[in-house]
Design a binder for this molecule. Sequence first.
Ligand SMILES: *Cc1c(COP(=O)(O)O)cnc(C)c1O
Length: 401
Amino acid sequence: MKLSFRIQNLSSSPIRKLVPYASEAKAIGKKVYHLNIGQPDITTPPQFMELIRNYKSEIIAYSDSKGETELIKAIQKYYAEKEINYELEDIIITNGGSEALIFAAMALCDAADEIMVFEPYYANYTTFAKQLGATINSIQTRVEEGYHLPREEEIEARITPKTKAILLTNPGNPTGVVYTEEEMKMISRIVLKYDLALIADEVYREFVYDGVYHSFASMSELDNNLIVIDSVSKRFSACGARIGCIICKNKDFIKEIIKCCQARLCCPTLEQVGAAALYDVSPSYFEEVNQEYKKRRDTIATALSKLPGVVASEPKGAFYVMVSLPVDDAEKFAIWTLKNFDIDGKTVMFAPGNGFYKNPAHGVNEARLAYVLNSEELKDAIYILGEALKAYPGYTLQSKQ
Ligand SMILES: *Cc1c(COP(=O)(O)O)cnc(C)c1O
């Protein structure tokens, strides 16, 4: 059989592609600190399991294509508490934020249409676009500027007749950037001026460490153009539940999205029941989790600042930090570390940075570290990373000195 060019043209996830090397390391008894993936180690609130355990029906039936009403109501209430008001019809449950992103791109892009993103960006965006024959129009942001947005004219100059949407991750993955209100207003002006869609991926909304968070959803001028992508994965440490949603006040958009929902029938029935219960957690849950991540952010920043030649931005949100490493090639270094390095049987795994750029020739000496381990383990992991750097044959620092 012949495989499509489209599928052969997709890339493997930079976050997951080194998994076979990690499995080999574990098979020979090494402990691997996983800094490669945003899988939090925080316990999922127990309400989730309780509701599922008490589920009485004898049939696991299909649920509504648009999602379970209980869950939609819970999400509506969560937003209302932030003074963002949605009708139940504005919220559609999806199989994670991932499916919400695919549906949004599907509703907005025909073949060769473009989605504008800011580099470095969440690698799966490329796959979502390419699956649909759409492309990513990427604009670079820089570590020295804390990965903030370029000037308005620079962004406008990159808009083409094929540009259908701007996709922003706020707080950012992999950068940890949190956009300022000025930046958000600028994006809003551009979106309205060119009548684009703004896809706001806000799955890390709760993870902001300095100052208050502003959602694009609270900017009413965007009502007709804004698509919010949301998920329980990171918020409640429930990545495997596969529950997310797509939220939009534009009725035409929602009408089209429902066709996609009907074709995939529904999201998992039991997980929706559990997810609705997650939204019952007390506000202190968010406070505690936020404090824990903030502590980790500070721990990893301090540990990284002690490593010569390592340049890191200071993340303001989410739970990632992009670093540039004094190595020839971060992917080679990542594989080498898993295969050839350990201290007392322990080693580290991280995501090579070039996967977060459209052009894989960029970000070759960069890496994304996810601070999803407790502070003690994080310190140990960064210590091991530092020792691995010095032992790695492609370490570039000596030659520069
Ligand atoms: C994790 C993540 C998602 C969605 O994950 P789901 O588990 O599918 O909800 C979306 N965007 C970004 C930037 C992410 O990091």
